[in-house]
Design a protein around this ligand. Structure first.
Ligand code: C5P
Length: 234
C-alpha cells in the first residue's frame, strides 16, 4: 500500500504506473509529481523536462522517492549513442529509451554505454528500452513492429516500448522483455496526437508491465480523480 496518509493504493499498482512529466519547468514537475505520488511509483522524465533542467530533474524525482524513467529516445550513430548512454547510465535512472529504428549496432552500443556508466559510479545498470514505433504513428506498415522487436532482442535491450495493440506480438517474439505501453487514455478521454491509444484496463489485461500515463491524468479537470480511476481500472 502507498505510505501516503489517506490513500489506499496497492504498491503493485503504483509501481506499474509511470507518470509522464511532459513539462518545461522542474519546479512545476516537482509539484505535479508530488500531487500524484499516491498513485505513481515511477516518474518519467522526457525530452522536454530534460532539455529544461537536465540531470537536476532526475535528482528532483529521486528526492521525492520515485523510480526514474528517462525517456530521451536516443537515435544516432553507435559511437555517439554509446558515449551519451555512458553519461546517462551514471545518473541512477532505472530505464532509458532508444529508438529501435537505429538498428542492432546502435542498440548494443547504448546497452554497453549504460552498463559502463552505471558501473563507474556503482549504480544499478538501467534497463535499455527500445521504442518500436511511436504511438503517434498510425501509418507504420505491419511488418515494421515485429522487425523492430527482433532488432531490440538482438541489440540486447531489456524491454520494449509499444502500443497496447502490439503487446501480443511482443509476448510471442520477446517473452522475457519488459513491456512498456504509452498512449493510454481513460475511456472517453481526448486522444490528442496518439493514434494507437488504449485504455489502462486493455493495456493491463494484455500484459503491460509498465503503463505510461500522461495527459489522460495530467490534463484532466481533476488529475487526482483521474489517477484514482486509472488505478481502479488496472
Ligand atoms: O500525454 P500522453 O499520455 O500522450 O503522453 C505519452 C508519453 O509517452 C509522452 O511522454 C511521450 O513522449 C511518450 N511516448 C509515446 N509513444 C512512444 C514512446 C513514448 O507517447 N512510442
Amino acid at each position: 500500500m502507498s505510505d501516503v496518509p489517506g490513500f489506499d493504493v496497492p504498491e503493485s499498482a503504483r509501481q506499474r504506473l509511470a507518470l509522464a512529466l511532459d513539462l518545461d519547468d522542474v519546479v512545476e514537475a516537482q509539484r505535479v509529481a508530488g500531487q500524484l505520488q499516491p498513485w505513481f511509483g515511477v516518474a518519467k522524465v522526457g525530452l522536454e523536462l530534460f532539455c529544461a533542467a537536465g540531470p537536476d530533474a532526475i535528482a528532483a524525482m529521486h528526492d521525492l522517492g520515485f523510480r526514474v524513467f528517462l525517456d530521451l529516445k536516443l537515435f544516432d550513430i553507435p559511437n555517439t549513442v554509446y558515449r551519451s548512454a555512458r553519461v546517462l547510465g551514471a545518473l541512477g535512472v532505472e530505464f532509458l529509451t532508444f529508438h529501435s529504428r537505429g538498428g542492432q549496432d546502435m542498440l548494443r552500443a547504448g546497452v554497453e554505454g549504460l552498463a559502463e556508466g552505471a558501473d563507474g559510479v556503482g549504480a544499478q545498470t538501467p534497463t535499455a528500452l527500445a521504442v518500436t514505433v511511436l504511438t503517434s504513428d498510425g501509418d507504420a506498415p505491419s511488418h515494421i513492429v515485429p522487425n523492430r522487436i527482433r532488432t531490440a532482442v538482438e541489440g540486447g535491450c531489456g524491454g520494449l516500448v509499444m502500443a497496447a495493440e502490439d503487446l501480443d506480438m511482443a509476448s510471442q517474439l520477446a517473452p522475457r522483455m519488459k513491456k512498456v505501453v504509452p498512449g493510454i487514455r481513460l475511456p472517453g478521454s481526448d486522444t490528442h496526437d496518439q493514434s494507437r491509444a488504449a485504455t489502462p484496463a486493455e493495456a493491463a489485461a494484455n500484459g503491460a508491465d509498465l503503463l505510461v500515463i500522461g495527459r489522460t491524468v495530467t490534463a484532466a479537470d481533476d488529475p487526482e480523480a483521474a489517477a484514482a480511476a486509472v488505478v481502479a481500472s488496472i
